[in-house]
Design a protein around this ligand. Structure first.
Ligand SMILES: Cc1cc2nc3c(=O)[nH]c(=O)nc-3n(C[C@H](O)[C@H](O)[C@H](O)COP(=O)(O)O)c2cc1C
Length: 193
């Protein structure tokens, strides 16, 4: 196995978040990273609605999560709704890559979050209509993901049944299963043999 960059290696999705707040300058650095992500036609279809613990919007976004996610995500100082504008700004045509672009922006954000000692746990387990209503998302925009964001907390203080995965025990498919050489199924990138 090759070495991987420290910022990629250290990232993982925790469930326990510390009470420590994230200051506005740091938060701005994260969204600045998202801002410079590539996108189809440079349309930049991503939007992020940031909600802060103690605010009504945070409680409303938390309430949109599945019960399993609500069990741990409520301690995150920030819950961020990731939203994609569904049509291109320049011609109104459907943008098939809007969600892809939002994902790329989020991936850039994750790298810079890790560099600042922050952690992000993304969630698909939420009610999209409730989340969109909680954050006043306009028509033509899809609520794609909710991300819990903050500093890492004490996993021993998580409620029963919400245990955090051991970050060192995470598993991934081998490269040969998803990198192919010239044709589907043919191992590539030095993964044969
Ligand atoms: C789009 C997306 C949706 C996810 N949805 C959930 C979720 O609803 N609940 C949850 O606990 N984790 C969720 N996760 C976290 C994944 O389970 C996690 O990224 C995966 O197990 C790999 O672990 P790692 O991020 O710690 O490397 C989601 C991750 C992504 C990218």
């Amino acid at each position: 196995m090759h070495d991987i960059e420290a910022l990629v290696r250290h990232r993982f999705s925790p469930k326990a978040f510390a009470e420590r707040a994230v200051d506005e300058d740091t938060l701005r650095a994260l969204f600045e990273a998202a801002r410079w992500a590539p996108s189809c036609y440079n349309d930049q279809p991503w939007h992020f609605v940031v909600t802060r613990l103690g605010e009504a919007a945070h409680a409303a976004l938390l309430a949109s999560l599945s019960p399993g996610n609500q069990a741990w995500a409520g301690t995150a100082p920030l819950l961020v709704l990731g939203v994609a504008r569904e049509c291109f700004a320049h011609n109104g045509a459907v943008n098939r890559h809007a969600w892809y672009d939002l994902g790329q922006a989020m991936a850039s954000l994750l790298v810079v979050a890790t560099a600042h000692g922050l952690y992000v746990h993304q969630m698909a387990g939420f009610d999209t209509e409730r989340a969109a209503a909680a954050c006043a998302v306009p028509a033509g925009h899809a609520a794609v993901v909710v991300a819990a964001l903050g500093y890492r907390g004490d996993a021993d203080r998580l409620p029963p049944g919400t245990a955090e995965k051991d970050p060192d025990a995470r598993e991934r498919k081998p490269l040969a299963e998803f990198v192919f050489d010239a044709a589907w199924g043919r191992p590539g990138c030095g993964t044969h043999g």
